[in-house]
Design a protein around this ligand. Structure first.
Ligand code: NAG
Ligand code: NAG
Length: 472
């Protein structure tokens, strides 16, 4: 499949970023469900807002709560490919007497789910309220049942369905219909923010330290805006402010902008830094000028698309304890980095050794300047894995000396249509250049491509990109 990307570049100064308008953040729908407790994660699974999912996790368990605008039955499940089968599902409803019915099932075909011999999802609460039907249930991340989905940090396709009526029994479920069902990619174990982001109360002073950002995509252009990068541009001057031009070929000569400050890709939502860290702007040595680069994906070459998407950056004068930065590990698009045509299965491996980290080799790694000069080690708190269409699995490995540590990030069912920051459960220490220590890190990014996947085999050589944008 031809993957056509065209580039546009915008230049703006940190000082010129508009103050976020609080009214933009008021959710469009007023009919929102009220969870029975604070969950931390919430996602509206359908555009109509009929099906809401709340969830929370700990080291061993996950607890979900579904709020669905129906008084009939509710289906919820986990699948690695987003299809209704094979998948791990639960079915539940609250009958006219207020009694909740709930079963752990799995699907095998275009017929009603089959009840699992081993019941590993447990109902905690089932009721009907003004919004609809509420089901709260919990399970182990790993139930050891072959009919249950193993929940890991990989992207999972959450599937959902509902029906206006209660069934007579589990063996006589009426079909939910084509409209009352869907699938959504989520990273259940990374903290995911709500669909609507509310900026902190001290966000009015915004022109010095950025510590939050959220994507603002022009309505209707969701399919075309592929990813957005914001670079620090130390060589820019006031004369460059406001310039717009096509990337790379038409970039003005004086602009040398290589350090990525913000990376956003399709599906991503607002990102909130840990409370003790933020990007530092406008003080000496900090970025003074930013270039925003938007990559569009328009494979059908549709004409007449006008786009004014961008990022809303929330900034504050309240200085955070630590300056944050981004380390990019992996391989950028270049002529040597391609997937051969008709390849069935392809592993692309890139490693960044101590030498590579020291030499700041372009192909392998890019770094925010402050990192090497100011710090010997850094604490990484989040990463965003990024590959183009062919990537199906990405692993950011972490090797210190002779020891391989737990991967920094691992997604064995990577979804191009859903790329977002993953917060590490706990901070990860990376030592970069440190002559006093003998340990060093080798950051290696493995990307796996079964090319006969759902996305279709590649007919032409595809130049690809594999990156882990590590935030520290
Ligand atoms: C994790 O959550 C489950 C379900 O809520 C609970 O039973 C379990 O005690 C929790 N474990 C820890 C260590 O808190
Ligand atoms: C509700 O309770 C009544 C009385 O016990 C019973 O006859 C009826 O079948 C119950 N309805 C349902 C849907 O279970």
């Amino acid at each position: 499949m031809a993957f056509k990307v065209s580039y546009l570049l915008f230049l703006l100064v940190a000082k010129c970023i508009a103050k976020p308008n609080p009214e933009d953040n008021v959710p469009a729908t007023t009919t929102e469900p009220t969870p029975t407790e604070s969950f931390g994660n919430v996602w509206k699974l359908d555009v109509q807002g009929n099906y809401w999912l709340f969830w929370k996790t700990n080291a061993t368990h996950i607890t979900f709560e579904t709020h669905v605008k129906t008084k009939g039955y509710v289906g919820f499940g986990l699948s690695s490919n987003g299809k209704m089968f094979p998948s791990d599902v639960v079915i539940g409803w609250v009958d006219s007497n207020g009694t909740a019915h709930f079963k752990d099932c799995h699907t095998e075909g275009h017929y009603a789910p089959i009840i699992d011999a081993s019941q590993d999802w447990f109902l905690l609460l089932g009721k009907e309220d003004n919004f609809g039907t509420v089901l709260k249930f919990t399970r182990k991340l790993d139930t050891c049942d072959d009919n249950d989905y193993l929940i890991t940090e990989s992207t999972v396709k959450v599937i959902y369905s509902y029906h206006p009526d209660d069934p007579a029994s589990f063996s006589s479920l009426p079909w939910h219909g084509a409209e009352r069902r869907g699938a959504k990619s989520l990273m259940l174990l990374s903290s995911v923010k709500a669909n609507e982001y509310v900026p902190p109360s001290d966000a009015e002073q915004f022109d010095m330290l950025h510590n939050n950002y959220e994507p603002v995509i022009s309505p209707g252009n969701e399919a075309y805006v592929h990813h957005i990068l914001v670079y620090n541009c130390p060589t820019a001057t006031d004369a460059d402010v406001g310039k717009v031009y096509e990337c790379y070929r038409h970039r003005p000569r004086n602009l040398k902008c290589s350090d990525v400050v913000i990376a956003w890709a399709v599906g991503g939502v607002a990102f909130d830094f840990p409370s003790n860290a933020g990007f530092s702007f406008m003080t000496p040595g900090d970025p003074q000028y930013l270039v925003m680069e938007t990559h569009f994906n328009n494979p059908t070459m549709k004409s007449g698309i006008v786009d004014s998407s961008g990022l809303r950056i929330t900034a504050t004068h309240t200085i955070r304890q630590h300056d944050a930065g981004i380390l990019q590990a992996g391989a950028k698009v270049n002529k040597l980095q391609f997937v051969p045509p008709y390849e069935k299965d392809f592993l692309s491996r890139h490693s960044c050794s101590q030498q590579c980290l020291q030499e700041k080799e372009e192909i392998h790694i890019l770094m925010f300047q402050a990192l090497v000069t100011k710090q010997n080690s850094m604490k990484a708190f989040a990463t965003l894995l990024h590959s183009h269409l062919l990537g199906t699995s990405i692993v950011a490995r972490h090797i210190r000396g002779d020891v391989e540590l737990e991967p920094l990030a691992q997604d064995l069912s990577y979804d191009f249509d859903y790329q977002d920051n993953r917060m590490f459960p706990k901070e990860r220490k990376l030592n970069i250049i440190n002559r006093m220590f003998t340990v060093f890190q080798n950051l290696e990014l493995n990307t796996h491509h079964p090319l006969d996947s759902a996305r279709g085999a590649s007919k032409g050589a595809e130049f690809n990109i594999f990156l882990a944008h590590m935030k520290y």
